[in-house]
Design a binder for this molecule. Sequence first.
Ligand code: CIR
Length: 256
Amino acid sequence: MLTRAIVRKPGRNFSSGVTSVDLGKPDYALALQQHEAYCRTLESCGLDLIRLPADERYPDSTFVEDPAIITERGAVITRPGAPSRIGEIEDIEPTLREYFPDLKRINPPGTLDGGDICEAGEHFFIGVSERTNESGASQLAEILGAFGYSSSLIDIRGLGNILHLKSGMAYVGDRRLVVIEALSKQKVFSTYELVHVNFVEDYAANCLFINDRILIAAGFPGLKRQLEDLGYSTIALEMSEFQKMDGGLSCLSLRF
Ligand code: CIR
């Protein structure tokens, strides 16, 4: 059961963050509205929010998922792969330390973004991507191993144009994974039930399973219906302004 989440308000310079998609410049007022709706939805799912103020030094810092990883057995400060984001780790550390005094960390030459880490119960999938290198991935595998978790690495470089592993998959409990087609052939998924995302809805794969409900980006009726047919209760959220900056639902919070 998740009880808390860390979120950070987008800064006024949010639109000058890193992005690889060509969907236009986000509208700041609308981004704030969508962020607030996201926060209220997390609260409606039973989470107490730790709301951090906007930090204009780091335009991407609203994507709090990337500088840290939180598990039930401990937390890790990452080393984000985008040079403009590396300072975000100092930004988030004091907050994390309040809840996890014994923080682990990813050290150079490792780089690792939280968006590449998909927790699936006792097992973690670790994406090796343009942001997370082999050193970062193996350092994390070792830390998770010491916590008593197993893990497997998935190389997503060149796979379906996704920024992070979780841009293309989500764990929704009961050994069930939501996956885009480009990821679905991974051998490590063979013992899981897969919910296949139609390629026109790839963005929706980054959905968020919170205390028996699934938050899904609005505008993707196919996946929403598939999840509801499996018995999930879904909540659709407008994400257009975050999508323009390559961000999805999971990126906007750290849940624990
Ligand atoms: C970046 O490129 O780093 C940000 N604009 C988006 C990060 C999205 N984070 C995530 O998927 N965990």
